[in-house]
Design a protein. Structure first.
Length: 346
């Protein structure tokens, strides 16, 4: 049976949840709640039931599930109140602002025996899925380096995301997605974390960052987020012992170049303006194979399908507490590294 859902926060992301809920095979949209009366009016103008207080949502016995899509600093209290009222909860990312706060939320879920998870929707992005597929298949050998970049040129949004008190900044906003994706590809055996923050258009919170993770096996992941890049670098770049994979842009397919023969008898040197190089000479079809990888199939509503199946005891939740805690600890280590200007042992 469909679960009755209320979306708390009817802003940008709340509207997204509402639009998906209206077409869902697993949830039935019961309504929304927003502190802003204009959002209440907007919902009502669209025929969506708008609760007049959060208490009304919590006291509604028909509500099975609450999705929380409000500014980051408020997640913890609103989520714990929902769990204590016996509701299952999906919380938008970042689930909260520190490991200590997250532990309180997890404790509330366990105490009330409710399902609680964070909306890591970018586990359904096909660029990430393609990279994970290439990584897991072993087709380019053991991976020793992966780079994930998202770069725009419009600065940090001028809303609460630009303000520290609301949990603004790009590590919390985009970093959480990119850290989670890398965790899904590389696992959790991180040994060191090093991070630098950008403050190009905003001095209060990070408007970009460069984060390096070093793993127990010495392999590396590099995550870069920029909001002042008028030319963007490739979305993903991955190096394995027998090839390289690249995604230039999240609309594009992955390209793979695989090494067939390591040695070449006659390397034609590249002639640059000031000299010759054999080391950097490009390869040709004699020694490498080049191909594209089809975009993997993906349906972001599988997140809700999994969540509802977990409520019914028919699945285990996709984004686990261990995942949530790991992502949070990496973000904390990144902030600490940036503050101290040091590599942090993880
Ligand atoms: N997963 C994603 O892809 C994704 C994308 C965008 C935003 N988000 C997350 O969604 C959350 C909301 O972001 P947004 O872009 O929708 O912000 P927004 O500013 O567009 O909307 C937030 C809404 O919450 C309302 N609100 C604030 N406090 C409230 C409270 N205590 N109770 C009820 N309503 C309240 C505001 O009035 C506003 O309508 C953030 O945590 C953000 O990080 C996730």
């Amino acid at each position: 049976m469909k679960k009755n859902l209320v979306v708390v926060g009817y802003g940008g992301m709340g509207s997204w949840h509402v639009a998906h809920a209206l077409e869902s095979d697993v949830v039935n949209l019961k309504g929304i709640y927003d502190i802003d009366p204009k959002k209440t009016e907007l919902a009502r103008s669209k025929g969506i039931y708008a609760y007049s207080s959060y208490e009304e949502v919590l006291n509604d016995k028909d509500v099975d599930l609450i999705t929380v899509a409000i500014p980051n600093d408020q997640h913890k209290d609103v989520v714990i109140a929902a769990l204590d009222a016996g509701k299952n909860v999906i919380c938008e990312k970042p689930v909260t602002l520190s490991t200590a706060l997250l532990e309180d939320m997890i404790a509330a879920a366990k105490k009330n025996n409710k399902v609680f998870s964070v909306h890591q929707n970018r586990r359904f992005d096909v660029d990430y899925l393609a990279m994970k597929q290439i990584h897991d298949s072993g087709e380019i050998g053991k991976i020793f380096n992966i780079e994930s970049r998202v770069q725009g040129s419009r600065g940090i949004p001028s809303d609460w995301r630009g303000m520290k008190q609301y949990g603004g900044g790009m590590i919390y906003d985009w970093g959480i997605h990119l850290i989670d994706q890398i965790m899904m590809i590389k696992g959790k055996n991180v040994k060191y974390v090093y991070c630098r923050l950008d403050n190009i258009t905003n001095k209060e919170v990070d408007d970009g960052f460069k984060l390096e993770l070093i793993y127990d096996d010495e392999s590396r992941a590099y995550i870069e987020l920029g909001t002042y890049n008028f030319i963007a670098m490739p979305r993903f770049y991955m190096q394995g012992m027998s090839g390289t994979a690249l995604i230039t842009d999240w609309r594009e397919k992955a390209k793979v170049t695989k090494c067939k023969y390591w040695h070449e008898s006659d390397v034609v040197p590249v002639e640059t303006a000031a000299g010759l190089t054999k080391t950097m000479a490009p390869r040709d079809s004699v020694t490498v194979d080049e191909y594209e990888v089809e975009k993997p199939a993906s349906n972001v509503h599988d997140y809700y399908r999994n969540f509802c199946a977990t409520i019914d005891g028919k699945a285990t939740q996709l984004v686990t507490y261990e995942d949530m805690l790991f992502d949070m600890k990496v973000m904390e280590a990144a902030f600490k590294s940036a503050e101290l200007g040091q590599v942090i042992e993880f």
